[in-house]
Design a protein around this ligand. Structure first.
Ligand SMILES: *Cc1c(COP(=O)(O)O)cnc(C)c1O
Length: 493
């Protein structure tokens, strides 16, 4: 049976249910499966099947301790009319790429793909493990995870959800989505810092044993809805498999032929899910890792040195304004052949010295990954000409991916059919999108939504309509050092 263990060598072994409840391992590492399962079906047999069937098959392969009935209930609960497209994940061809639109869920970003199902997985896991504590989900967000997690966990019995977002690091629409969240168990705080501060703060809280003891006495157990939780990562594998099957169905490729995958990347969760799909048996030639000005991964993939000594940039793709890409740890663990000690050493160096260098064996295996980055002006131009010339409107993050992909083609001439993870609705970043397609200045983010709709005719996602009229329910702003206190305060309400 597949089990889960830490990337940093702790020898505790968990079932998937236990790993989902726990979120992060005792030694600060991330849970990884002891092996990545092979595709549980022949590609030809699955072509044409609906998203739910693919999701079920992938979850079943990774979460062997869940029964079929349990998984079916999770999948049915997640991928329903909450999505504004019957296909769940529409795939749209525009110019050089197939855009896999992952943003048709409730909060209009790809985080819905996993966070629609994760609450079901967690509830099921809690029942299986007879967990009697209330599970308190701590989440750091660069803008999109927060809202998707709040939406997924709002009023879910046995849970509290606490979100920390960087005060000046999210778009106006993203912020408004979060601070208007309803649900008795929802708590949202702005922090005076960036996403890395928020994520490091959350990890610190997980590391603080006396804090955990206090909470336990009060009947709480901490967990995470960030992509450090394996319950987030595995559902994301499904759409890469589904995307591949669709390209076969449409005759773009034959079953067994290779594709390239492009992923606008921040915390490295989404692209790691693509890697898992590849390891399962989906033929992926290159994983193209696209960054904005925070291009720590571009440099890492080229040199093998991960170096945090650089400026942090606030960009038009805020959900990728990240310098510490947590899930890279999982990739390195797999590429090291499961050497927890080695990974623990690298992570220790990152914490102490702000950098590490992987050994040549790992660097060699990283060859399957290509890193590139795009600056804001080029991103805006890309949005503009893709709209003008090809009538395809994309958001700033997706445009980072597309720009990097065009560079990749120019550089390599590699025209292998490409699936691009399209990660957010353009309306979530309406101001930058409006600027890019030449619209005039507006009063606020909500006016930009209307203007972009008026110009393009693209439908505004349900969850973004009327945002400006919703009641603001969360106003807390805290310093990074006050995050623990904020958790205490939230739980005592
Ligand atoms: C979260 C996010 C990303 C980055 O995904 P990671 O899994 O963190 O690499 C990219 N684009 C958007 C719109 C996002 O919300």
């Amino acid at each position: 049976m597949i089990h889960y263990q830490s990337t940093r060598g702790s020898r505790y072994i968990k079932t998937s249910a236990q790993a989902i409840i726990q979120g992060i391992a005792e030694d600060g590492g991330l849970y990884v499966p002891n092996e990545i399962p092979k595709l549980p079906f022949e590609i030809k047999e699955m072509v044409g099947r609906p998203y739910k069937d693919v999701a079920f098959a992938i979850l079943q392969a990774f979460f062997e301790d869940f029964t079929d009935e349990e998984l079916n209930r999770c999948v049915d609960g997640a991928y329903d009319e909450k999505f504004d497209s019957e296909e769940i994940v529409p795939i749209v061809k525009a110019e050089d790429a197939y855009f896999m639109e992952l943003y048709h869920g409730k909060t209009a970003a790809f985080k819905d793909m996993a966070l629609s199902i994760m609450p079901y997985l967690l509830r099921t896991a809690m029942k299986k493990e007879k967990e009697d504590k209330r599970v308190c989900i701590l989440t750091a967000t660069s803008g999109d995870t927060g809202k998707a997690a709040l939406e997924g966990f709002a009023d879910l019995p046995g849970t509290e959800i606490i979100v920390f977002y960087p005060k000046d690091g999210v778009s106006e629409v993203q912020e408004r989505q979060m601070i208007t969240q309803t649900g008795k168990n929802t708590h949202v705080f702005a922090i005076e810092g960036n996403f890395d501060d928020a994520q490091t703060g959350v990890k610190k809280i997980f590391d603080d044993e006396s804090f955990a003891d206090d909470l336990r006495e009060e009947g709480y157990k901490l967990s995470s809805a960030n992509s450090i939780n394996i319950g987030r990562l595995v559902p994301q594998v499904a759409y890469y498999v589904y995307g591949y099957l669709k390209l076969v169905e449409r005759g773009v490729i034959k079953a067994g032929e290779e594709i390239n995958v492009i992923v606008p990347t921040g915390n490295f969760g989404n692209i790691l899910a693509a890697y898992y799909a590849g390891e399962m048996g989906i033929p992926i030639k290159k994983y193209i890792c696209a960054s904005n000005e925070n291009n720590v991964l571009t440099d890492f993939l080229a040199t093998g040195t991960y170096n945090l000594h650089r400026d942090f940039h606030l960009t038009s793709s805020p959900s990728m304004d990240i310098l510490i890409s947590s899930n890279l740890e999982r990739l390195l663990y797999h590429l090291s052949g499961g050497n927890g000690k080695e990974i623990a050493g690298l992570m220790e160096a990152l914490k102490k010295k702000g950098k590490y260098t992987v050994h040549p064996g790992i660097l060699y295996k990283l060859d399957k990954f290509h890193g590139g980055f795009a600056t804001m002006d080029r991103v805006a131009k890309t949005i503009g000409y893709m709209y003008e010339k090809y009538d395809y409107l994309m958001d700033t993050h997706t445009a980072v991916g597309y720009r990097v992909y065009e560079d990749y083609i120019a550089y390599t001439g590699d025209r292998t059919p490409a699936l691009l993870a399209s990660t957010a609705s353009p309306f979530k970043f309406a101001k930058d999108v409006a600027d890019a397609i030449g619209l005039k200045e507006e009063e606020n983010g909500f006016e930009y939504i209307k203007a972009v709709h008026a110009k393009t005719g693209v439908m505004v996602p349900e969850g973004l309509k009327d945002l400006e009229h919703k009641e603001v329910r969360h106003t807390g702003v805290v310093k990074v050092e006050e995050m623990e206190a904020a958790v205490r305060e939230a739980l005592s309400r």
